[in-house]
Design a protein around this ligand. Structure first.
Ligand code: TXA
Ligand code: MG
Length: 319
């Protein structure tokens, strides 16, 4: 990808002035502000309508920068950083005393990662400091996976949008806490518990998100479109559509992976977890803009590789 140096310079100037930029990462677009500037941090919470109890991830430009934001860094942090950064993995570590309390929601821990996107890396490098960046959507809504989604959502509340094309991974980073003696997965993502255990050379990786424990500050309903979303089997969807047909009006938009052909109100994604995750949020954004009353989503295969997708869909669904 060709980097537009003028765009990078503009973004860095704005960051230095305490303003907010939207920046592409490999997972989703982030709403970035200077992690050391209280005014910028307050703006992030205000613009997103984010509860102040939900801490932010600080994005870094180099592995060694961990030391500026974390303390008592365990060896596992360096091992994981070297194995997966830049990449879709966020580490939770004890925070450095200098980190603004608002960034960590007054917790004693801090979240850090290096994103794997040339535009994000160029901004981080030119800026030099940490960039606090939650996903660039209103709190609770679907995360943006292209610049268009940011424009349609937060819009002019963001001072500048860096367009880096569609996000490669499409769902948020895996979050692993290293605060205990063993790693704990707080949010599932593209990097699996197994991949983490393999790199660390032991199998003691606890998966909190599988035990229905929600990460602090994230309400249960999250990643949700504005229309109600229902998770159903293929059979249940076919049944609903059959009844709908009888009524001669179209109430439903459908997201499937095993049947049907894509149309305006129907999107069939690939039956492959990574490809599905990559396209998921864009599909939900699109179906949310149809005039259907609700979105029916075919429950994906119940299989380990689909864990991160299940996590997002369950939070988006009407329970
Ligand atoms: O892929 C990603 O991680 C994207 C891109 C932009 O980097 N960012 C992202 O940020 O998803 P956000 O704010 O939408 O989600 C961050 C999650 C929240 O659920 C928050 O509770 C958790 O990280 N988090 C942040 N700091 C934490 C901490 N100290 N302890 C536990 N969880 C933390
Ligand atoms: Mg988010």
């Amino acid at each position: 990808m060709k980097i537009d140096q003028n765009a990078i310079n503009t973004a860095v100037t704005l960051l230095t002035e305490g303003k907010l930029i939207a920046l592409p990462t490999e997972t989703v677009y982030g709403l970035g502000g200077d992690a050391r500037n209280e005014v910028a941090i307050q703006k992030i919470f205000r613009v997103k309508n984010r509860p102040p109890t939900n801490p932010l991830i600080i994005h870094l430009s180099s592995i060694s920068a961990i030391e500026a934001f974390a303390s008592n860094i365990p060896p596992a942090a360096w091992v994981l950083a070297r194995a997966f950064w830049p990449g879709p993995l966020t580490l939770i570590l004890a925070k450095h005393y200098s980190v603004l309390p608002s960034v960590t929601a007054h917790q004693s821990s801090v979240a850090v990662r290096i994103p794997n996107h040339p535009v994000a890396l160029a901004v981080l490098e030119a800026f030099g400091g940490g960039i606090a960046a939650p996903s660039a959507n209103f709190s609770g809504a679907i995360s943006p996976t292209c610049a268009e989604h940011v424009k349609a959502g937060l819009g002019s509340a963001v001072d500048y949008i860096l367009d880096g094309g569609p996000c490669q991974i499409g769902i948020e980073s895996t979050i692993v806490s290293l605060l205990e003696d063993f790693p704990v997965i707080l949010r599932q993502g593209h990097i699996s518990a197994k991949a983490i255990a393999d790199v660390l050379g032991h199998s003691a990786v606890l998966e909190k998100s599988k035990m229905n424990i929600v990460v602090p500050g994230t309400g249960l309903k999250h990643y949700a479109p504005s229309k109600p979303l229902y998770l159903m089997t293929r059979h249940e969807i076919e049944e609903k559509l059959r009844l709908d047909d009888l009524n001669h009006h179209s109430k439903y938009a459908v997201l499937s992976y095993s049947f049907g052909d894509s149309t305006n109100s129907w999107i069939r994604l690939e039956a492959n977890a990574s490809a599905y995750a990559h396209a998921l949020y864009a599909a939900l954004h699109r179906l949310d803009r149809t005039d259907a009353q609700s979105i029916l989503v075919e429950t994906p295969p119940l299989n380990m590789s689909w864990l991160a997708v299940h996590d997002r869909l369950q939070r988006a669904a009407v329970l």
